[in-house]
Design a protein around this ligand. Sequence first.
Ligand SMILES: Cc1ncc(COP(=O)(O)O)c(C=O)c1O
Length: 474
Amino acid sequence: MNMNTPIYNMLLKYSGKRPLPFHMPGHVMGRGLAGLLKDAGSLDITEIPGSDSLHDPDGVIKEAQNLAARAFGAANTYFSVNGSSLGIHAMIHAAIRPGGKILVNRDAHTSVINAISILRAEPVYILPDYDKNTHLNLGCRQDDLISVLSQYRDIEAVFMTRPNYYGVASHIGSMIEAARSRGIPFLVDEAHGAHFSFSGLFPQPVLELGADACVQSLHKTLPAMTQTALVHEGSSSLLDKGRLFKYMSMLQTTSPSYVLMASIDIAREIMEQRGEELYDALYKRIEVFGRELSKIDGVRRIKPDNPSVDTDFSRIVLSFESSGLTGFEAERIFRESSGIVAEMADYYHLVLIATPFHTDEDFEALLKGIQEVARHGKGTFDDKFSFVGIPDSLPERAMNPGDAIEMPAEYIDLNSASGRISAATITPYPPGIPLVYPGEVISGELVRMLSEIQGSGGRVHGIMDGRIQVIVKA
Ligand SMILES: Cc1ncc(COP(=O)(O)O)c(C=O)c1O
């Protein structure tokens, strides 16, 4: 394959000249590294004549970023060597002023609340819909977004996650229009949807739906190395010109890894050249897999049956409820009996990421593994969390998260936390939506719910040994 990969080609050319480097990094193109890392290190260079600069690109990096912009349908694209997390920080910094208001889906990635906290900004949350049948979050509703936008006239930007971890992509086109009609930018965390641009079989990418900016983790679904991500600006972005690049540059290392940047370049090229064909083949493989799966007792593929969402066919969400197994139990059996390692498990589900680089044999092994898990089934499913849902309302806010994280904090017993202000984000699984963010008041009802979830064997991030971090009373 003739590769149009400017960064990778530059690296090959440079290492092919067998230079004598008296420059960074200290391992001297792999010499000082051990074992298998020697090979990886042979292309690990720094900024040298001809390698361009991520912070002032006008050579191979600019070329590679332009190629990515074209491939993903963006006006401008910037490389991130610190994942979507960095891109999320940059987008939020570019879109709102310090102390400004931003509308956010309540179940956003932790980098969102971190960026909001650093900016001392004020989040206005909307809760996602929760499908009690599949135990999946379906994304936020347009009605909620419109009502919040009309209630708070000073919201400066909207931030939404789409798709979510389970491959559920809500219909956000009309939400984007609603934000644009108010003249505020719509930012999207598309970390799990970098592959959407390369096949019509996937939900439409958000740039096509008019998002002002989005981030995508290439490393999650495309053939790219961990940490690689892209930040895109849409063709009619409402962000002030140059702001997104400015914050990408301010937040990112001045020594970006060329191995990572070359990996972005290569993933984009593979997808441009072969994406359509590769995803057609994967779709067919997964169809065959689905038919075979339906013949196995005790397992079910989960997809929300809801007209307001699309789903990513390559995200395989399984339930072993009819075998009497939780997602956690299924994950362990899978790993121990078949060596198959899932992406993620929760109480109800097992989540697998399928890619074009999985073979027919891999899917056969997967089916065998599933049979093995189902064989370990123990009868009826004891649904300990049927009482859990999405709360009807949000907790009272005593202060913004950015102020809360600066306050002196202490750990206290959960049972005595009623009425105190949280210093941490508390997220029970299920349903995987933060019940409390820093600065919010822990109600008696919330303590009861968290205790019940923990008592039933659920996991609650943010609570350690029954203790919760709260702000010290004045
Ligand atoms: C929805 C979502 N957004 C953002 C991120 C952060 O992505 P990255 O790991 O590329 O920084 C994650 C990571 O898991 C995620 O699940």
